[in-house]
Write a protein that binds this ligand. Sequence first.
Ligand SMILES: *Cc1c(COP(=O)(O)O)cnc(C)c1O
Length: 313
Amino acid sequence: MKEFAKVSLGVFPTPVHKLENISRMLGTQVYVKRDDMTGIGLGGNKVRKLEYLLAEAKAQGAQVVFTTGGAQSNHAMLTAAAANRLGMKPILILKKRGVTGRLGNQLLEYLMGTDVRFMDTNDYADIYAEMDRVGKEMGVPYYKIPCGGSNALGTLGYVDCVRELRDQGMTFDHIICAEGSGGTMAGLALGAKLYMPGARVTGMMVDTDPFDEITPRLMREAAALLEADVDVSSADFDLRDLCGPRYAIPSKEGNDAVRLMAQQEGLFLDPVYTGKAFAGLVAMAKEGVFGADDRVLFVHSGGAGGLFAMDMD
Ligand SMILES: *Cc1c(COP(=O)(O)O)cnc(C)c1O
């Protein structure tokens, strides 16, 4: 398969370990992939994507890197941290949605001296147009990263994650992750096809985008980049709706899962992504989807920055 250039940003492989107390409670074998420990910022899933995306930015001679997301975007914060380290100037043009005060990821961006701008729009198209306007006005080479880093190139980061698991000598019957912009889930699902065919990948949707279309599209585009000879279909993965009231608005199940993980395992999930996703894993266990000997992997995709901006009840 084709290889793409990466910059080194994180510390890999990330650890995998068993959640003993939760395994006992749920009657199955639950493990966690610690992608909350990817080694820059506060860790998180976007680091694997950024290793590919920022390599492309560097190769193109970019001096400025734009990205976007909500006010508390973990992806935007990690992009700023990574771009700074690589000597490129990050400019974040964020949707004026969520907590815009100096809390959570906004505090971290402030500490990094990041150029953060807000746009009062619901449409990312307006934001990408603004990136082009600002970039052209600056008159320097610039690179645009889409929301969540979820394009085909970014998706390769999570194809690699499954290869990494295989190289760690591990195999799983189920792989579970949060799905927010789609790249993580699509990468894991394609990676499982290539490197761990026995694993069933389930994406826990925390937003209302059409992930039944987004997931296979990103899988196909990533497979095309790799020149991998695979047929992708919607039978390759499962999706579950864990969005609750709305994207980035905590749900009761999600908050319960945050508490469960904190109290039983001393690990912190977040109410926007990983708490809702873990609530989906708990629901599957309660429905009897997992056998007592099944090995179930939860990909902890980070989110600590956002946790400190949320008012949790
Ligand atoms: C972005 C994010 C996700 C979702 O990943 P996508 O690739 O955007 O679907 C999950 N967890 C955390 C903590 C994130 O920041």
